[in-house]
Design a binder for this molecule. Structure first.
Ligand code: R5P
Length: 283
């Protein structure tokens, strides 16, 4: 039985269809004081799959409520987009490791269970779960979509060195070049950014990253690559968080198209991660 949380209904439906499993009917609403209300309608199986991304604090509460409903079943938990994953280190004294706090809140419900994430920002977070855990990679699915796009002399670029692994994976899948944007500081106030190795002139560029949140990182990269003579600039990201006016920023910067997955259900979520989740759940 697949239980889809409120932020992952479409993905849960797709996983249930791919696995030919029952999709539970659930109700999600708020009490008059704003507290979240969850009900799973009908009996639960001995083994249930809960799929719920946690882009907001409320989504995290819904997830805890679902885990409590399923406390007598063996649970396979899928958190396709794991919120707070960028708070995986203590940067200043007095700060929490928020990602660890969430892992510890969820862990008591997973004693005999498993957890799956998709391109979690810091895979080390999975070490905070005592149960079996696996971080799935949606990059090959994004690469398959890029292949269908008939690009001109394409190159895959990471917006920084830290995320170059994803660009490399996509590039190897496609058999094309990859690179990353390198920052050079010329003086106290002057910083320039450019691809480390490749010349962007006249080429179609796909910038890859695990997530687009405010769009600031990508908008800067798009504008820069256009300045350097790129023909068309596309974005491919796993998690389209897209807060506030992120989409406007990306299009103002001159993006040709944004490709993302359905770890979050947005207008740009054209690639489904359901096949990799279904495959992992069968394992
Ligand atoms: C950072 O480490 C991430 O990989 C993304 O590059 C970043 O979170 C994107 O954030 P924003 O869209 O707000 O620039």
């Amino acid at each position: 039985m697949i239980i889809g949380g409120p932020s992952s209904q479409l993905l849960a439906g797709r996983v249930a269809a791919a696995m030919n499993e029952e999709l539970a009917l659930c109700e999600y609403k708020a009490f008059p004081d704003g507290e979240a209300y969850t009900q799973v309608i009908g009996d639960l199986d001995d083994h249930v799959v809960i799929i719920q991304s946690t882009p907001t604090d409320r989504d995290l509460v819904y997830l805890l409520q679902l885990l409590d409903v399923a406390r007598h079943s063996r649970v396979s938990l899928v958190i396709p987009y794991f919120g707070y994953a960028r708070q995986d280190k203590q940067f200043k004294t007095g700060e929490p490791l928020s990602a660890r706090a969430i892992a510890w809140a969820v862990s008591p419900f997973l004693e005999n269970g498993r957890i799956f994430t998709v391109n979690i920002h810091a895979p080390s977070i999975l070490e905070h779960f005592a149960c079996q855990s696996l971080n799935l990679d949606a990059t090959p699915l994004l690469a398959d979509r890029i292949r269908e796009m008939d690009l001109h002399d394409p190159v895959i670029i990471s917006p920084d060195k830290g995320a170059v692994k994803m660009a490399e994976t996509a590039a190897r899948h496609l058999g094309v070049q990859f690179d990353y944007l390198e920052k050079t500081r010329h003086s106290g106030t002057e910083v320039s950014m450019a691809p480390k190795e490749i010349d962007a002139r006249g080429r179609d560029i796909v910038i890859t990253d695990d997530m687009i949140a405010t769009g600031g990182t990508m908008a800067t990269a798009i504008a820069l690559l256009h300045k350097q003579g790129a023909r068309k600039v596309y974005l491919a990201a796993v998690h389209p968080v897209l807060t506030g006016n992120a989409v406007l920023k990306l299009y103002r910067a001159g993006v040709e198209a944004v490709i993302a997955t359905d770890t979050l259900d947005r207008g740009v979520s054209s690639v489904s991660v359901a096949p990799v989740i279904a495959q992992a759940l069968k394992g």
